[in-house]
Write a protein of this length. Structure first.
Length: 85
């Protein structure tokens, strides 16, 4: 573990951005799921290929948000167990 000589109050009062990142990822996950369902439904009803691409893009956003939430969960559990940097 690498230790630095820290001065001032910033290291003591610094807050982790994981809470805001978690909130944004939850919103992206919700919107991504809703958009994927909407676009898949539209593609099935109309048969137009254009809706399929929107569904794929929304699904990719959903997967990225889910992976980000998993990373955040891992980092929070690691920090709670005293393994943080």
């Amino acid at each position: 573990m690498w230790l630095r000589d820290r001065q001032g109050t910033e290291p003591l009062t610094a807050r982790s951005p994981l809470g805001a990142r978690r909130t944004l990822s939850l919103v992206a996950l919700l919107v991504g799921v809703l958009a994927t369902v909407f676009f898949v439904t539209r593609a099935m009803i109309t048969g137009a290929d254009v809706w399929v691409w929107e569904a794929v893009i929304a699904a990719v956003v959903t997967v990225i948000a889910a992976v980000d939430l998993a990373v955040i969960r891992h980092r929070r559990s690691r920090d709670q167990h005293g393994h943080g940097s």
